[in-house]
Design a protein around this ligand. Structure first.
Ligand code: GLP
Length: 233
C-alpha cells in the first residue's frame, strides 16, 4: 500500500484527481466511484478540469434501499449533483435502490462488473473500517448484496438526514470481492474519527472484523489521507 499524507482535504483531492487523470490518459475506461463527504474535493477538482469523460463508464459502490434516484439523500442524486451533471460520462451505473427483486438485481450488478472490469476503484472508509457498506463481519468473498446497516453507520450517516429515523436501514452494495477485483484502488480518508480505521486497515491483522484490512492483499492500493487520519500510523 502506498500512503500519501496531505496537509488538508483540498490537497488530497488534487492528489487523488491526478491519479485518476493519469490512469484515464493511460487508457482506463471503467471507474468505480464512491459517495460520502470524503470524495468531494476529488469531484470538485474533476469538474473544474478539462478532462473529457464522454468515453468513460462508471459503476458506483452502493445505494440505499428504498430511495428514489431523485431523492436528494440518494447516492444517484449525489453523483449527478457532484460529478455527472457537469461531466457527462458515456454510461453511469448506481445500484437500483428500488429494485423489486434485490437478489436478482445483485446478480445483474455482479455480471455488469464482470463485463466491465473496473480499472480504478475509489473508496472512502467508515469509522468502523467498512468499505462501501461492507460492515464488520461481512465475508471477504462476497459479491453485490443487500446489507443491513449497523447502528454505528446509521448514526454516522444521519448527519445527511433531517431525522435519524429517515436514514434507510439497508443498502445494496458491491461486495469486497468486487472491490478486490479492480485493477487499482484509491482510498481517501480525512479527520481524526477515521484515524483508528486507517491504522487497523494498514497495520492491523487481515480480518473480516475490519473489512478494509483485506486491501493489504491488493497489489495496487494508494491511500490518501490528511494528517489527522494518519495520526495513529
Ligand atoms: C458510507 C458510504 C461509504 C463511505 C462512508 C464514509 O457508509 N457507503 O462508501 O466511504 O460512508 O463516508 P464519509 O466519506 O462521509 O465519511
Amino acid at each position: 500500500m502506498e500512503i500519501i499524507v496531505k496537509e488538508n482535504e483540498l490537497q488530497a483531492g488534487k492528489a487523488a484527481f491526478a491519479i485518476f487523470e493519469k490512469a484515464i490518459k493511460d487508457g482506463a475506461k471503467v471507474l468505480g466511484l464512491a459517495t460520502g463527504s470524503t470524495p468531494l474535493t476529488l469531484y470538485q477538482n474533476w469538474v473544474e478540469s478539462d478532462l473529457d469523460c464522454s468515453d468513460l463508464t462508471s459503476i458506483n459502490l452502493d445505494e440505499y434501499v428504498g430511495l428514489k434516484p431523485e431523492d436528494p439523500q440518494s447516492y444517484h442524486y449525489f453523483m449527478q449533483k457532484h460529478l455527472f451533471d457537469q461531466k457527462p460520462f458515456k454510461k453511469t451505473y448506481v445500484p437500483d435502490g428500488l429494485a423489486s427483486d434485490i437478489p436478482a438485481f445483485c446478480q445483474e450488478y455482479d455480471q455488469l462488473i464482470k463485463d466491465n472490469p473496473i480499472d480504478v476503484q475509489l473508496l472512502g472508509i467508515g469509522r468502523n473500517g467498512h468499505i462501501a457498506f461492507n460492515e464488520p463481519g461481512t465475508p471477504f468473498d462476497i459479491g453485490t448484496h443487500e446489507v443491513k446497516l449497523t447502528e454505528n453507520t446509521i448514526n454516522a450517516n444521519s448527519r445527511f438526514f433531517d431525522n435519524i429515523e429517515d436514514v434507510p436501514k439497508s443498502a445494496i452494495c458491491m461486495g469486497t470481492a468486487n472491490i478486490m477485483a479492480s485493477k487499482k484502488i484509491v482510498l481517501m480518508a480525512f479527520g481524526e474519527q477515521k484515524a483508528h480505521a486507517i491504522k487497523m486497515m494498514v497495520e492491523g491483522p487481515i480480518t473480516e472484523e475490519v473489512p478494509a484490512s483485506i486491501l493489504q492483499k491488493h497489489p495496487d492500493v494508494t491511500v490518501i489521507v490528511d494528517e489527522a487520519a494518519a495520526s495513529e500510523l
